[in-house]
Design a binder for this molecule. Sequence first.
Ligand code: GUN
Length: 297
Amino acid sequence: MSAEIIDGKKVAELVRTRVREDVAEWVGKGNRAPFLKVILVGDDPASRVYIGAKTRACEDVGIETSTEILQDTISAKELKDVIRMYNTDDAVDGILVQLPLPSHLSSHDVIETINHKKDVDGFHPMNVGRLALDQPCFRSCTPAGVMELFKYYSIAVKAKHAVVVGASNIVGSPMATMLSRENSSGKATTTICHKYTRDLTLHTINADILIVAAGQPHLIKAEMVKEGAVVIDVGINRVADETSEKGYKLIGDVDFESVRKKASWITPVPGGVGPMTVAMLMKNTLLAAKQSIYPTD
Ligand code: GUN
């Protein structure tokens, strides 16, 4: 078998086109353009790259954005005061604090300070809790993007055995919630594996749908995958590559070349899940502007 390639770039562009049209309609009705405030603490180069991609996407769809860069020595109180200022600023629809934060700051504490109605990342406990309860909420962008890919390619989730490798708050955990809820896009029997899982292959080999978000280059080899499985690779790992101009290349958590011979569907890295994350952020920011999840009370 040779897997069909899931084209995240193409689907992300379709999502962005839809958001672009909806933003134009929203603004055409006399509303101001949606506004996303990004907060970066410190100067992490990877965070700057991610923020660059988010900023370009905003410009592309007609969402206004600005990034506030704060010193990495900022105190928790000072940072939370900045967030509280944007919480009450009616000109700001979405607030995104880029992670990771410097080690002296608690990301839980900081995320909880964000007004959940502006939490377009879907990380606030109110949104995580509402996701678990199957209530309207901002959903974490990467797992929401994976669900969008299933929808686009008509990949059935219901009654399948989905195995998620990685249990992070950003990807693995909300991914498992989305797959397992008894709603129209879920209903999968879902297993979560993590670094304490004793025999990873025992689980992955039984997966009809295998989603890997472990942050370990080429963790998943062909012998760990069931014939005909749907394989979604969330990993983006930089590895040294002398043949490339940059001196590195991006590879996933899945050994693509061997696994593609066994899977029915597979996402490449880059060009798979990555572009979907940014596209879903655009969707969430427009939703926040329309307040269609949390209407004004
Ligand atoms: N760091 C890595 N991924 C993300 C993300 O999706 N949102 C934020 N805020 N920080 C991140």
